[in-house]
Design a binder for this molecule. Structure first.
Ligand code: MGD
Ligand code: MGD
Ligand code: MO
Length: 683
């Protein structure tokens, strides 16, 4: 980004034309950082809640207050009485990503939750089981592919996820210009679908059936193209034997995609010189998330496109995420107390957080620390999360705002905005479609009295250590930690703190290269094609998806807009102006059957509750499915988001179901939620 300032004021943000990766493309959310930075609602210093008032408190007093309370609660009720929830922005800030783990470790609780389990956890579970490391993630090589099959992702609006790619629209056009094809499988005709060669509607939650059929359709065309993998495949025959009973015809009814269309996709995949299958949120946050990720990678493997240019390849970021000294992840080393949901990589699925707060007994959660997270709006059954937070003995938040989650905090610690601190994108470079590195200097000086995110984290850690007598070693500033990490990385000669500072537009490290086979971290050094738990879970696909008659109920799924960012940027005025985006999208046939007309009020009811929104009647969604964005309805009492809380709409997660999960990973099934929709005649 090119950021213009006048004194302390940020006057403009645009794309950096000289950046080798973004090539001048900028997303509206980046421009809206101006609004966040100057937002009068944003907290500028720590506050403490007294009844329903907020009072300023000095940083040191705030740290001591939190530490004293947390230590007392943990002393009386055990270390696990404290829960920690880390939200998505942790992944976006150098200070959070490098320093938060240090604090989390020091707080000694097993009750660690993150936004990963309402998002990409099935990717990690599949990558760990198949390749031996959660970050050996095959990324679609969209700049070189001849055929891109997109399932449950809308990268034209989202900029690509688990596939960092600025300006997907242009890159997608380039596939067409090279004579390639893009095929989108999605219950909505999305912006990506509009730009694709072809779009197939699919009934939400049925992708596992589609992918099983796709494997069988490929097998009908001839032997798998697996020469490239030599002796590096384990269990392929086991996998294929388990998949064979799921013949192509069986998928047609549940998915709504005719067998001939599935065979057509298989033929295209097989005949394309290079091809890649990619599945994102729509595949992760549904009841068969892990099986879907497994099958996506199997299809890439069977067509010879796994670890091949133009296919799906792991990244080689300058800060190493895999290999010696990194944490490979791993499933099920412990489980949640109440419902035995599996831990992955030391964290528990957040769908289990409510019951851990509400269920009495040893290990019950009584205190919470959120770090850049908004579980009331972003995790399942938000109303019940809201009530559970109200019932805690103590809560603290490291956050910029008083929102629907942090209004329950006793103390809020707001760091500076991202424009005031240095940044280096560790996570998103590790997921990017090219290997790149870039250090962004602060755009504005740190305002007096404010602290950087990492200073807040260190301050809290030091106070906690003082109160307990346990050790806490504050980490040096993030750029120091970063420098050491780069020096241990695969590009250490080219990417140093000095070279990053000199290359103000970033450093291009080239296209992704085949390296997965050489980097496998499974015990036998091979790709595990048939992880036993995944194979076993096919029985659930059979019983719950194929054998059970579809009740034909409406299924709710989500929608991201290019000018939204999860739940927290609706207070930026330049992002919320324009046509409204909060409505429930419903197909004309489903609307007519319920007397629903354009703009009328509707009730959406699920097992857990009801919300009221207005309807938009459109054939951009398929019959039998309805579509609603999340992150609206920020009007709960005490919320200090003056722009966001004036918007129409309701919170999607007020009706999601904490018992709806992908059981293999524990990831929440936010999409494919069974709902009833009725016209609401009340005023
Ligand atoms: N129904 C439904 N639910 C979903 C999704 C969906 O598609 N549908 N998507 C899911 C996904 S993919 C994700 S990643 C999660 C996100 O889940 P969360 O991370 O829990 O929620 P966010 O909306 O990202 O909220 C971020 C919080 O961080 C604060 N914040 C913003 N910037 C900073 C900062 O620089 N420092 C600090 N300390 N705090 C900051 C904001 O004020 C806000 O409180 O939501 C998930 N929930
Ligand atoms: N503008 C914007 N960009 C964002 C974000 C944002 O909030 N706004 N959030 C960021 C984050 S945290 C993330 S994780 C990424 C997410 O990135 P994406 O996954 O690309 O984003 P979504 O728009 O949620 O796309 C999910 C798609 O899945 C479809 N879908 C839903 N259910 C099903 C299903 O059962 N099967 C199939 N096949 N499709 C289904 C939906 O219609 C939708 O098109 O985006 C990131 N980028
Ligand atoms: Mo996400």
């Amino acid at each position: 980004m090119e950021i213009r300032t006048r004194g302390d004021e940020v006057t403009g943000i645009r794309g950096d034309d000289h950046d080798p990766f973004s090539r001048g493309h900028v997303c509206p959310k980046a421009v809206a950082l101006i609004d966040v930075h100057h937002d009068p609602d944003r907290l500028r210093g720590p506050v403490r809640r007294i009844g329903d008032r907020w009072e300023p408190i000095a940083w040191e007093d705030a740290f001591d207050l939190i530490a004293t309370r947390l230590v007392a609660i943990q002393r009386d009720h055990g270390p696990d009485a404290l829960a920690i929830y880390l939200g998505n922005p942790n992944a976006h800030h150098l200070g959070h990503i490098l320093h938060a783990p240090n604090l989390v470790r020091a707080l000694r609780t097993k009750n660690r939750f993150t936004a990963t389990s309402v998002d990409q956890l099935p990717y990690y579970v599949a990558a760990h089981a198949m390749f031996g490391h959660m970050f050996l993630l095959p990324i679609p090589d969209i700049d070189r592919t001849a055929y891109w099959l997109v399932l449950g992702g809308n990268p034209v609006a989202s900029n690509g996820s688990m596939m960092t790619a600025p300006d997907v629209a242009t890159r997608l056009k380039a596939i067409h210009e090279r004579g390639g094809k893009v095929v989108v499988v999605d219950p909505r005709r999305t912006e990506t679908a509009e730009a694709a060669t072809r779009h197939h509607f699919i009934r939400p939650g049925t992708d596992a059936a589609f992918l099983l059929a796709l494997v069988n359709a490929l097998l009908e065309l001839g032997p798998p193209r697996i020469e490239r993998y030599g002796d590096k495949l384990a269990g392929l025959e086991t996998a294929l034997a388990a998949i064979r009973p799921f013949g192509v015809e069986r998928a047609a009814a549940p998915t709504g995609i005719p067998a001939a269309a599935i065979r057509g996709i298989a033929t295209e995949l097989r005949e394309a010189p290079t091809a890649v299958v990619y599945g994102r949120m729509g595949l992760s946050t549904q009841p068969f998330g892990t099986v879907c990720q497994w099958l996506v990678q199997l299809v890439n493997l069977l067509t010879g496109n796994l670890d091949a240019p133009g296919g799906a390849l792991p990244t080689l970021p300058a800060v190493p995420m895999t290999g010696p000294g990194t944490r490979p992840g791993g499933l099920g080393r412990f489980a949640s107390r109440v419902s035995s949901r599996p831990a992955f990589g030391g964290e528990l699925p957040v769908a289990a957080m409510i019951e851990e707060m509400e269920t009495p007994g040893d290990g019950q959660i009584r205190a919470l620390l959120t770090i850049a997270g908004n579980p009331v709006s972003s995790t399942p059954n938000g109303r019940r999360v809201d009530r559970a937070l109200a019932g805690l003995d103590f809560m603290a938040a490291i956050d910029l705002y008083v929102n629907e989650t942090t209004r329950h905090a006793d103390v809020i610690l707001p760091p500076t905005t991202s424009l005031a601190h240095e940044n280096y994108d560790i996570v998103f470079n590790a997921l990017a479609i090219r290997n790149v590195a870039r250090l962004s200097p602060p755009a504005v000086a740190k305002p007096p009295g404010e602290l950087f995110d990492w200073e807040v984290i260190n301050g809290l850690g030091i106070a906690y250590a003082k109160a307990t007598g346990t050790p806490f070693k504050p980490l040096p500033p993030p750029t120091t930690v970063l420098g050491a990490a780069l020096a241990a990385g695969p590009h250490k000669d080219k990417v140093t703190m000095a070279s990053l500072k000199a290359a103000e537009h970033g450093i291009d490290l080239g296209a992704l290269e085949p390296s997965l086979l050489a980097r496998l971290e499974t015990p036998d050094g091979k790709i595990a094609c048939a992880p036993p738990a995944f194979v076993t879970d096919l029985a659930r696909v059979e019983s719950d998806l194929l054998a059970k008659p579809d009740a034909g109920e409406l299924r709710l799924f989500g929608r991201r807009h290019v000018r939204s960012n999860n739940s927290w940027m609706h207070n930026a005025h330049r992002l919320v102006k324009g046509p409204r985006r909060d409505q429930l999208w419903i197909h004309p046939d489903d609307a007519a059957a319920r007397g629903i007309v354009e703009g009328c009020a509707v009730n959406i009811a699920s097992r857990t509750g009801e919300i009221r929104v207005t309807a938009h009647v459109t054939d951009r969604v398929m019959p039998g499915a309805v579509c609603l964005p999340h992150g609206f309805g920020q009007r709960r009492e005490g919320v200090q988001l003056s722009i966001a809380s004036a918007l129409a709409g309701a919170s999607y997660n007020d009706i999601t179901d904490e018992s709806a999960v992908d059981p293999l990973s524990g990831n929440a099934a936010l999409n494919a939620l069974p709902v009833q929709v009725e016209r609401d005649a009340s005023p």
